[in-house]
Design a protein around this ligand. Sequence first.
Ligand code: HEC
Length: 190
Amino acid sequence: MKVLILAMGLIAASPVQAENFSVDIPKLQGEAKQVIMKLASTLGGELKKAKEEGGASAAITVCNTKAQNLTSLVSEASTWDVSRTSLKLRNSDNAPDDWELAVLEQFDSKAKQGANLKTLGFSQVLVDSEGRKIFRMMKAIPVSDQCLACHGTKIKPELKERLEVLYPDDKATGFSIGELRGAFTLKKYL
Ligand code: HEC
């Protein structure tokens, strides 16, 4: 996709407004943040529920089958296309496109310089080859305590076995708390 950069803004800093360009970037960033918060809490809740009902193995099934269609988990925000991506993928269906890869690499180098991942984000307004404006935003996902069971260094043997069957090319293990796990990535046509 050929894109032309019209305006950009780091979420932490105040956004740069392009001339003659009437997109309300702070408003879009606010909406996107709401979607991410809703999604993060829904995913967390689903994992917790499945774990209580059937152990971590069941939680894997939840993640495997439900996390895929993330947009449907935040259905009232259906104008947003939402997914998760990473430089260290478990599921290759979550692979980043060129724009996402560049942002992830930027997050990764900021993380190595000690940036606070909880507030690390990036957004941009792009125009596709058909002239349609798209707002895109990514938000870093840090590894927390409750991720280690499935993404950490000491994964239980029965879980490990399941993961190896489901994801033979899994690169998303060996993480420690505070590291960059990946990012939420959101898109909205304007
Ligand atoms: C019960 C096991 C389990 C736990 C706990 C878990 N995950 Fe995952 N995670 C998975 C599975 C399975 C996938 C692959 C989902 C899919 O097929 O799209 C995945 C995928 C992801 C992805 C998408 C990118 C990729 O590699 O495919 C991200 C980002 C992610 N997890 C972050 C987290 C974070 C952050 C936490 C902690 C808050 C967490 N996970 C906790 C099992 C888990």
